[in-house]
Design a protein around this ligand. Sequence first.
Ligand code: NAD
Length: 257
Amino acid sequence: MRRVLITGGAGRIGRLLTQRFAGDYAVRSFDVAPHEPPDGVEAVRGVLGDLDAMVEACAGVDAVIHLAGIPSEALWEDLVRTNLDGTRTVLEAARLAGVPKVVLASSIHAAGFRSRTATPLPAWSAPRPDTFYGWTKAAMESLGSLYSDRFGLTVFAVRIGAFQETPWTEADVPIWLSPDDCVRLFRALVDTPVTGFRVVWGVSANSSGWLEHDGEIGYAPESDSENVAHLAERSDGNAHAHLGGMFCDIPLGKPRW
Ligand SMILES: NC(=O)c1ccc[n+]([C@@H]2O[C@H](COP(=O)([O-])OP(=O)(O)OC[C@H]3O[C@@H](n4cnc5c(N)ncnc54)[C@H](O)[C@@H]3O)[C@@H](O)[C@H]2O)c1
């Protein structure tokens, strides 16, 4: 049974993955927030910046899924400390503990200023961040690339789209990631024999989507937002102009919630 450390295990995506991975993987969850993990999951409480704690959490692990962080626009200093310094601690701890694979939660907002393309946009296309948040995600990706090239770690950066039960707004429809596909994607990334550094889009098989799926890693999405698009609230015209939607217009460095 593969052993997986999930940082941010108390968060929205982390809770889903710890629940759905339990039993199939030996799961350890790491989070600053107190959390009651599902049966069979080991919970560790700690902060991202604590290298010793992170090395300990990485002991004996086959793959780290790094989700912990600030998931939206926030103060520059907070974003850099948590998303960037925190990711460096995770990569460094993985290297020191001999973990061969790290999966980083990047975001669509690392490429938020991309506009719809006639052919599916590859995930390896250069970042075009839409916020300070998106910039920290782009920087995380390139830090992962550095650790992969320098130290031979396998690092996958997932540009996660709109992870929601159903798309909240029309702008979320082409970039929706259903909970079931989210589990499929992270399972594929843990299980794939593919090595090295790569960026992948974290979206479902949306009919209205325009992001290229990476078949090589074994991710076969099954959800299509078309079937639930009628539940989405209207978005104004501007929100459709770019991949990042309204994030392209929000004030930089202002916490959103
Ligand atoms: N939810 C989405 O639609 C979405 C989209 C794109 C990217 N992402 C990325 O996926 C990841 C998870 O997203 P989420 O929606 O589950 O976020 P979330 O806010 O629900 O969970 C993040 C978790 O990280 C923990 N955390 C934050 N700072 C920490 C620190 N310094 N030390 C230890 N733990 C810390 C929090 O306690 C929380 O439990 C984030 O990195 C986010 O940027 C999410």
